[in-house]
Design a protein around this ligand. Structure first.
Ligand code: PLP
Length: 399
């Protein structure tokens, strides 16, 4: 069976975790700082703050910006649940923006259409999602005038290692982004088991993120709100003392997870190069299946994070519903997946905000299928996938 995605673990990854297991600390130790340092270097970011999931990263980012009740965040509807749910966690409202029906990405046009329906002062953040690994070109310059206060918080869970089109700026270090969130769930480019991170150019935000991932516990006496409670008569802080001025969470990542992340990150360039090679092979061969099957267009394949190899299929023209195509692929040993049901259609959000009309997201969803893409795939696996797809769709065999 060729799954649609899969982590890749080598002996050195296993050894890194064993080393962490044998060390003095299983959490809160040296691996956490090591991973953060390596990740900051890899993304060219000034700060990287690791946490225990991509979802926690998004939640922390919104908390760090003090977003809450009465505020609105704008999220493309074509994304994983977590991008929107982070807004709900902080008590904000979520405004779903439409996406380009071909790329699935939030664009300046779809963003501005969503913003026109909102009072400018309530909007606090926009969360572009680099869907499939393709970079959304929404930047602070995409915002209309009078919205200079709106923060760009990127969901880069699909895009580590990607660069913005028309530049060599790495995702995670964009000067226009307040923060960039990553996931290291095993299906993503590198695996921590569960894990995530936020990168930011702002030292203040990084500081706040670290506080919030650890209950809001402040141990630095210089920042105590009630210093008289925490220090002795000569101003020396009590060894047991900490203050909590803001409520935070336990969103820490353990040393075991960070050891794995550190080891995996060393291989990220190789993983990414292999993903790009495989995507190239798909692109070279998939023309044979046109116009029934078309790869989702990528504006800059060389800078793409290539998380998913997404195609659009005209299931209507083939006369086979998507679930049957997936089933018949599965019978031929090929996994596939759909990314994603637009989040505005989820019962929770429909109940909260009513039925919404986002034709771009709906159109993308109707025709989308993710084909297998992961670094351990062989070139011949790509051929097998396309051969099986050609058979299932009754198209001429490609290879
Ligand atoms: C995976 C993912 C997340 C959440 O990451 P977890 O680590 O699974 O919590 C958020 N957004 C997108 C786009 C994702 O793909």
């Amino acid at each position: 069976m060729i799954p649609y995605g899969r982590h890749h673990i080598d002996n050195d990854d296993i050894e890194a975790v064993i080393a962490a297991l044998k060390s003095d600390s299983l959490t809160g130790g040296a691996w956490v700082g090591q991973f953060e340092e390596d990740l900051a270097r890899f993304t060219s970011a000034r700060n990287a703050v690791v946490c225990n999931s991509g979802t926690a990263a998004l939640h922390l980012a919104l908390m760090a910006l003090d977003i809450g009740a009465g505020d609105v965040i704008v999220v493309p509807s074509l994304t994983f649940l977590a991008t929107a749910n982070a807004g709900i966690y902080v008590g904000a409202d979520v405004k779903f923006a439409d996406v380009d029906p071909e790329t699935g990405l939030l664009t300046s046009e779809t963003l501005n259409a969503a913003l026109r329906e909102l009072p400018a002062e309530r909007v606090k953040a926009v969360l572009p999602v680099h869907l499939n690994g393709a970079m959304s070109d929404v930047r602070s310059t995409s915002l209309p005038s009078g919205m200079g206060h709106v923060a760009i918080v990127e969901d880069a869970c699909h895009a580590i290692g990607g660069t913005y089109s028309g530049s060599d700026i790495l995702v995670g270090s964009a000067p226009w982004a307040a923060m960039t969130c990553f996931s290291f769930h095993p299906v993503k480019t590198i695996a921590m088991g569960e894990g995530g991170a936020i990168t930011t150019e702002s030292d203040d935000l990084a500081e706040r993120l670290r506080l919030l991932r650890n209950h809001g516990m402040e141990r630095d006496a210089a920042r105590f709100v009630m210093p008289d409670q925490g220090v002795d008569s000569v101003g020396k802080p009590f060894p047991w003392f900490y203050e909590m001025a803001t409520v935070g969470y336990n969103y820490r990542a353990s040393d075991l997870h960070c050891a794995l992340g550190t080891s995996q990150l060393k291989k990220a360039p190789g993983f990414l190069a292999r993903r790009r090679e495989l995507a190239c092979r798909y692109n070279d061969l998939i023309g044979e299946l046109a116009p029934i099957v078309k790869p989702v267009p990528r504006s800059a394949p060389d800078g793409d994070g290539w998380h998913l190899f997404s195609v659009h299929i005209d299931f209507h023209a083939v006369g086979k519903p998507r679930e049957q195509v997936m089933q018949e692929l599965r019978e031929r040993g090929i996994g596939s997946q759909v990314h994603y049901l637009p989040v505005h259609r989820q019962p929770f959000y429909q109940q909260k905000y009513g039925k919404q009309h986002l034709p771009g997201a709906d159109s993308y969803y109707q025709k989308q299928l993710s084909l297998p893409l992961f670094p351990a795939m062989e070139d011949t696996d790509v051929d097998r996938v396309l051969e099986a797809l050609a058979q299932v769709l009754n198209l001429r065999a490609v290879v």
